[in-house]
Design a protein around this ligand. Structure first.
Ligand code: NAD
Length: 420
């Protein structure tokens, strides 16, 4: 995340404080929600291929469980630190609450550069981490999933290790698993497709529809590719796309299927011929109706927010807009569909995977996609209506509305449970 620029935990607490103020709640509520219910730090000894032993540090932060078992990914990254994991677990509480899932928020991390480990070392690291947290995770306790540099294979190791320890087949203890072990195909398209559905709903509000509207996309990995594909299928025109090496621009439209093929075969969008070439950041500034940041955090800042021409920004990436950047966007009247709403497709399909595992694998993929669309649409309107009808829209933007609504649901659940 963005800890080089700002401490994510401080930022998460600031956002929580604003939501508490908007909702007129007491300091006690802030006290409960400003820190995780449980935070565990583990030391993970791993026997390396050369016979030596290396010890890695890992965390699992379980932020709040008022709405249900904790849910959230595990990331493997050399820069992972405790504050980052705590902040991400808090954001998962809000994301799950906003998506109306029966989950609280959790997040895990291991401080490691996974690219420096052999497959065997990575497997031993993953199994030992899961063994060390096995007392606090579980199908009805805490359900991890993939995040940065973890994937379906990691989840298969976690699930197998947990099943071995507990003596039964615990498919539902993690989501984002391989298809053969209870995963869902729709999980692959879920984030990008979900972002496209949210962007299309916003386009209906702002332009009367998404058809014929122009779209610019920064980042062309999993989220960016499926957002592009879905928006094109909905009738939008994709005019600009970039990856880490550079970007392509054609105001008449880019052939998305062809671009995906080129990206997969050659490693970069720059090998697409029928377009003008420009830099990785340029999609942010082109003349397009909708902008989808789908790369990294901190892309839209106080330095460049003024150059943005889009009327709608659908945040597929986590944290692409800094708070001071967003102030400028808000003043310009640009609607930002915040990440916790716009990129919730992944966790929505994770929930369906978990339900399906508990039913012994009953659902059809078509049902999964339809449910994802229905939920994204519903969630978009819930936030939009709360924003427009319950808040002063001059004072608060859509992100503030999303956080406040998410916090409100968690507060209501805590009250019903008798915690406060
Ligand atoms: P990915 O690794 O598949 O793709 C990232 C893409 O961004 C790549 O095409 C890369 O070339 C590009 N990129 C990197 N630096 C760039 C730069 N400076 N300018 C332009 N492009 C750049 O990752 P992903 O899974 O698509 O995730 C992208 C973002 O979406 C991240 O912020 C991630 O946290 C967020 N997200 C993803 C999911 C998911 O399910 N995939 C879910 C929620 C949030």
């Amino acid at each position: 995340m963005s800890h080089t620029l700002r401490d994510p935990y401080e930022e998460a607490k600031k956002q929580l404080k604003e939501s508490i103020e908007i909702l007129g709640l007491t300091d006690e509520v802030y006290e409960i929600l400003a820190a995780p219910e449980r935070l565990i730090r583990v030391r993970i000894p791993v026997k390396m291929d050369d016979g030596s032993v290396k010890v890695f540090t890992g965390w699992r932060s379980q932020h709040n469980s008022a709405l249900g078992p904790y849910k959230g990914g595990v990331r493997y990254h050399p820069d992972v630190h405790e504050h980052e994991v705590i902040a991400l677990s808090m954001w998962m509480t809000w994301k799950n609450s906003l998506a109306q899932l029966p989950y609280g928020g959790g997040k895990g991390g291991i401080k490691v550069d996974p690219h420096k480990l052999s497959p065997g070392e990575l497997e031993r690291l993953s199994r030992k981490y899961f063994e060390l947290i096995s007392k606090v995770v579980g199908i009805d306790e805490d359900i991890p999933a993939p995040d940065v540099y973890t994937n379906p294979q990691t989840m298969a190791w976690y699930m197998d290790e947990y099943s071995r320890l507990k003596g039964f087949h615990a498919f539902g203890v993690v989501t984002g698993k391989p298809l053969l072990l209870g995963g869902l195909y729709t999980r692959i398209i879920s984030t990008g497709h979900g972002t496209a559905v949210a962007a299309a709903e916003a386009a209906k509000k702002i332009f009367g529809g998404v058809e014929g509207r122009t779209v610019s996309i920064q980042g062309f990995g999993n989220a960016g590719q499926y957002a592009a594909l879905s928006l094109k299928e909905m009738g939008a025109i994709i005019v600009a796309v970039s990856d880490s090496r550079g970007g392509v621009y054609n105001p008449k439209g880019i052939d998305v299927e062809k671009l995906i093929k080129i990206k997969r075969e050659t490693g970069s969008v720059l090998n697409y011929e029928d377009a003008e070439k420009f830099s990785s950041k340029d999609p942010l500034y082109v003349d397009a109706d909708i902008l989808v940041p789908a790369a990294l955090e901190n892309q839209i800042t106080a330095e460049n927010a003024d150059k943005i021409k889009a009327k709608i920004i659908a945040e597929a990436a986590n944290g692409p807009t800094t708070p001071d950047g967003e102030e400028i966007l808000t003043k310009k009247g640009i609607v930002v569909i915040p990440d916790i709403l716009a990129n919730a497709g992944g966790v929505i399909v994770s929930h369906i995977e978990w339900v399906n595992n508990r039913m012994g694998g009953w659902l059809k993929e078509e049902e999964v996609k339809a449910r994802l669309e229905e939920k994204m649409t519903h969630n978009f309107h819930a936030v939009w209506d709360f924003w427009q009808n319950k808040l002063d829209t001059e004072k608060y933007n859509m992100r503030a509305a999303a956080y406040a609504l998410a916090v409100k649901r968690v507060y209501d659940a805590m009250k019903l449970r008798g915690w406060i």
